[in-house]
Write a protein that binds this ligand. Structure first.
Ligand SMILES: Cc1cc2nc3c(=O)[nH]c(=O)nc-3n(C[C@H](O)[C@H](O)[C@H](O)COP(=O)(O)OP(=O)(O)OC[C@H]3O[C@@H](n4cnc5c(N)ncnc54)[C@H](O)[C@@H]3O)c2cc1C
Length: 447
C-alpha cells in the first residue's frame, strides 16, 4: 500500500490510498512506477516502486481480484535460468551453430549438454523430471538459445510446449511418470503430430482416424512437417475417433516410436532452421492400448489448441532471439565498417533502421513476456499468445532483413550468420499457425 502523502503528491485521488486498485492508461502512468526509472526528488520514494502499479492486464478493469502485477524486471530465479541458458549458448552453440546449419545435422551433443544443464524441461515440475520453473523463465531461455541457434530453439520449444506441457496438463499420473520424466530430463524427444498433407490451418479436415477394436485403438494416418519426428520416441498423435462430430471428434494418443506400424517417411529439406529435423510420420494401422489416449475421447482439438497457445509463446521467444542476434550483429558491424571516410553507423538512414529494430524487439519481447506471465497465473492466454507470435515473427523477419542490408554484400555471403538469420526468421510466420491464422484468432477473440 502506498502512503497517503505519496498518492497526494502524485495528484491521484478517487479510491483511497491503496494504489493497487487504480488503473492508469500506460501513457499517463507516473514515471516513478517503472522499475529503475528516475523518481523525482520531491516525491516520497515508495517502498517497492516496481510493485506499485497493479492492474488487470487481461480486462483493463480495476478492482478485479486476479490482477497481474506489472513488473518488468526478471526475478532472481528467472535471471538465473536466463544466465544458465546464455552460458550454455556461449559454450556449446555459438562456436558451432553455423556448421550445424551448413551440414544440416542435428547437434545431439549440444542437446545432451542442454539436458545436463537442466534446460530440457524448464516449466515442468521437479516431480516429473523438470526444472520446476515458471513459463517466463522458459521463454527467457528459449530466446537465449534461439539467439545462438534458432534450430535448437525450436527443437526445445516443440519438445517442451507441444509435448511435455500437454502431457503435464492432460496426462494421468501413470502417463506422466512413464512419458513425461524422460522427456523433461532430455533423455527422449517428443513430437507433436497434428498437420497432414490435406490439413494444415484447417486442422478439423484431418483424415487420420483411430478406430476402437476391443481394448485397443487402431490408428491410420499420415502426418506432415513433424518437428523432431526422426529423433522422437514419444508422439502425441491427433486422429478422428468420431468424424460426425467434426473437430469435437478428434482425440489425442500417446504413441511410442517402436510400436509396429510407426514409420518415418520423407525428411524435409528446409529453407531455414536447417539443423532441426522435420519429417513425415506414417501410422500404418498402429495398435495402441485404449489407455494411451490423452484426456478423453473428443478432447483432441482442445488439447491441440491449448498446446499451441503455449507453443506460440515459445515461437515468439524464438523470434525475439533471432531478431536480437540480427540487431547485435548490425550494431557491431555498422560501428566498424567504414565507407565515405566514416563508420556507416554515422549515416542517419542506418541509425533509423537500428532504432526501429530495437524498438520492435522490445515491444515483441514485452508481448511475449506478458503472454508467458498470464500463462503462469493460470489465465486463458489465447489472444495474448497469438499477438506475441504475430508481432514477434514479423519483427524477426524485418530485423533479419535490415541487419543483412546493413552488412551489404558481406551479409549475403554464407561466411556470416546474417543469411542464416534471414532464412530462419521466415518460419516463425508459418509454423504453429501462420500469421494470417494468428490474426483470425485475435479478431475472433475481439469480435
Ligand atoms: C518447418 C516446419 C515445421 C513444422 N512442425 C510441425 C510440427 O511439429 N507438428 C505439426 O503438427 N505441424 C508442423 N508444421 C506444420 C505447420 O504448422 C503448418 O505448415 C501451418 O500451420 C500451415 O499449414 P499449411 O502449411 O498446410 O498451409 P495452409 O493451411 O494450406 O495455408 C496456406 C496459406 O493460406 C493461408 N490461409 C489458410 N487458411 C486461411 C484462412 N482461414 N484465412 C486466411 N488465410 C488462410 C495461410 O495463412 C497460408 O498463407 C510445421 C511446418 C513447417 C514448415
Amino acid at each position: 500500500m502506498a502512503s497517503p502523502e505519496f498518492v497526494k503528491k502524485l495528484g491521484i485521488s478517487g479510491c483511497g490510498a491503496d494504489l493497487s486498485c487504480l488503473v492508469f492508461p500506460i501513457s499517463q502512468m507516473p514515471l516513478a512506477f517503472f522499475p529503475g526509472h528516475f523518481i523525482p526528488k520531491n516525491l516520497t520514494t515508495p517502498p517497492r516502486p516496481q510493485r506499485l502499479y497493479t492492474a488487470n492486464v487481461l480486462t483493463g478493469r480495476s478492482g478485479e481480484r486476479q490482477a497481474i502485477t506489472m513488473d518488468f524486471s526478471p526475478s532472481k530465479n528467472q535471471e538465473q535460468v536466463k544466465r544458465k541458458a546464455r552460458r550454455f549458448v556461449e559454450e556449446h552453440v555459438l562456436p558451432k551453430a553455423d556448421k550445424w546449419d551448413k551440414t544440416n545435422k542435428f547437434p545431439m551433443d549440444a542437446w545432451r549438454e542442454l539436458a545436463k544443464a537442466g534446460l530440457t524441461g524448464i516449466p515442468i515440475p521437479r516431480k516429473y523430471g523438470g526444472g520446476g520453473h515458471d513459463v517466463v523463465s522458459y521463454v527467457l531461455a528459449v530466446e537465449e538459445i534461439s539467439k545462438g541457434s534458432a534450430a535448437l530453439g525450436v527443437t526445445l520449444a516443440v519438445h517442451t510446449s507441444l509435448v511435455s506441457q500437454p502431457l503435464l496438463w492432460f496426462g494421468n499420473e501413470q502417463q506422466k511418470m512413464h512419458y513425461l520424466r524422460p522427456l523433461a530430463q532430455g533423455r527422449q524427444f517428443g513430437s507433436f503430430c497434428l498437420t497432414e498433407p490435406v490439413a494444415g490451418s484447417d486442422v478439423a479436415s484431418m483424415e487420420s482416424k483411430a478406430t476402437l477394436k476391443g481394448d485397443h485403438y487402431i490408428i491410420k494416418g499420415r502426418k506432415y512437417f513433424i518437428m523432431n519426428a526422426p529423433l522422437a520416441s514419444t508422439y502425441l498423435v491427433f486422429a478422428m475417433t468420431d468424424r460426425s462430430m467434426a473437430h469435437r471428434g478428434i482425440s489425442c494418443f500417446v504413441v511410442e516410436r517402436d510400436m509396429p506400424g510407426v514409420k518415418i517417411g520423407k525428411i524435409f529439406d528446409k529453407m531455414g532452421i536447417r539443423s532441426s529435423l522435420a519429417s513425415e510420420v506414417i501410422f500404418d494401422d498402429v495398435r495402441v492400448p485404449a489407455e494411451s489416449m490423452l484426456g478423453r475421447a473428443g478432447d483432441g482439438f482442445k488439447i491441440a489448441m491449448e498446446a499451441l497457445d503455449c507453443g506460440r509463446i515459445s515461437i515468439a521467444a524464438q523470434a525475439c532471439g533471432i531478431a536480437q542476434a540480427s540487431l547485435d550483429a548490425a550494431i557491431q558491424y555498422s560501428k566498424t565498417r567504414v565507407q565515405f571516410g566514416r563508420p556507416i553507423a554515422d549515416q542517419q538512414a542506418l541509425r533509423w533502421m537500428i532504432a526501429d529494430m530495437a524498438t520492435d524487439i522490445e515491444a515483441a519481447r514485452l508481448l511475449t513476456h506478458k503472454a508467458a506471465r498470464i500463462t503462469d497465473i493460470g489465465k486463458r492466454h489465447t489472444k495474448e499468445a497469438a499477438m506475441a507470435k504475430l508481432f514477434a515473427a514479423s519483427t524477426a523477419v524485418e530485423a533479419a532483413r535490415k541487419a543483412l542490408q546493413i552488412h551489404g554484400g558481406y551479409g549475403y555471403m554464407t561466411d556470416l550468420p546474417l543469411e542464416r538469420y534471414y532464412r530462419d526468421a521466415k518460419i516463425t510466420e508459418i509454423y504453429e499457425g501462420t500469421s494470417e491464422i494468428q490474426r483470425l484468432v485475435i479478431s475472433n477473440d475481439l469480435l
